[in-house]
Design a protein around this ligand. Structure first.
Ligand code: KG4
Ligand code: ZN
Length: 335
């Protein structure tokens, strides 16, 4: 079964052709980073307009690189939530048009579900149930993936997402958007123990995360140093901050492993590309004897292929949409 998929929830216009939820035939991304970098972050209206311009070309390119035509496609899958509403509406409207003219079934895909599904593309043997951590620019969820379309949230952030806190810290350190990625690059040779950070916790919710205190702490640290005429060593500060964020994440993962005894653990989302987090999770899973799954770096961030993977599992579980499909800025991962 061939799925043609489209992702436009943030600043990437991405389309793909995926076979049976596991095999990527094509994966095309038109990134808008070069434009948003001028503003230090994603400007929603610009994102919508660029999706509008790029979407047709990206979908055409995905079909052509896969060596197929629309006639060969069985299912159309599109991200419809959560994300920037104007950006999502472009993708949803485009795929509704394609479904109307072609008569092909249309399947809506939840953005975080698709991030988890990026792992199905990289690990043929991975099947639910497994423990999963989704860390993106807007979300931080620790959950059990009981089945391909059945999730149980164990913990989530009470304030900033992991990606957001890395982006804001990077900005305070004078690094360009996308902050998390540039912080990772700038800190390769840094000392992760050069600076100490508080360990935030949420009273009576041991699996929930809180990152806003860490963010404020690092911003104050930088301002205080600047007032004293000191210049922070960005490599050391970045490495220490990434370790602090990664430790918050791995501590909850460890606790969940001890309580729920999963055999498999999969990390996903843009922040799963982070070198420190990948290293810390590798050490943790080795120590706990849990099989660790991580997407390859090119599939950690937003992409069309992950939507095609999850779209396949949504379709075979019976999910269908008609032409009244809408987009939503927020939506729970489980209904
Ligand atoms: O999943 P994603 O591409 O988009 C959302 O759904 O939000 O995640 C974007 C986030 C941004 O916060 C970005 O800074 C972060 O992922 N990110 C990273 C790295 N690459 C991307 N954070 C840390 N280290 C990286 N290597
Ligand atoms: Zn994402």
């Amino acid at each position: 079964m061939l799925v043609l998929s489209l992702e436009s929830s943030c600043d990437d216009t991405a389309a793909a052709v995926v076979r049976n939820g596991r095999e990527v035939l094509s994966n095309v991304v038109a990134s808008q980073v070069a434009e948003h970098v001028l503003y230090g972050g994603v400007v929603p209206e610009i994102a919508s307009r660029r999706h509008c311009e790029a979407v047709s070309g990206v979908v055409t390119e995905a079909l052509s690189r896969a060596g197929v035509t629309l006639d060969d496609i069985d299912v159309l899958a599109v991200t419809n939530a959560p994300g920037l509403i104007g950006a999502l509406l472009v993708g949803v409207s485009f795929m509704k048009g394609l479904s109307f003219t072609s008569g092909k079934p249309l399947v809506p895909v939840h953005h975080l579900r698709s991030h988890v599904a990026a792992n199905y593309l990289c690990h043929a043997e991975l099947e639910p149930p497994f423990l999963s951590l989704v860390v993106s620019g807007g979300h931080t969820h620790l959950m059990m993936v009981n089945d391909y379309t059945d999730y149980k949230i164990i913990g989530r952030t009470r304030d900033d997402a992991a990606g957001e806190t890395l982006d804001k810290a990077a900005r305070a350190m004078g690094l360009d958007y996308p902050g998390g990625l540039n912080l990772d690059r700038a800190s390769v040779n840094g000392n992760p123990h050069a600076y100490q950070f508080p360990k935030p916790h949420v009273d009576s919710s041991p699996y929930d995360f809180s990152f806003s205190g860490l963010k404020t702490y690092v911003i104050n640290l930088i301002h205080n140093m600047e007032q004293k005429g000191e210049t922070p060593d960005i490599a050391d500060l970045g490495a220490s901050y990434m370790l602090a964020v990664a430790s918050c994440l791995t501590e909850r993962v460890e606790k969940a492993i001890d309580e729920f005894h999963p055999q498999r653990f999969a990390v996903a989302g843009g922040v799963s590309a982070n070198s420190v987090l990948r290293r810390e999770l590798t050490l943790l899973c080795e120590r706990k004897n849990v099989k660790l799954y991580m997407p390859e770096l090119s599939l950690c961030g937003d992409n069309g292929a992950m939507v095609g993977a999850q779209g396949y599992y949504e379709y075979i579980s019976g999910t269908r949409s008609d032409l009244t499909l809408n987009a939503f800025a927020t939506k729970e991962i489980s209904l």
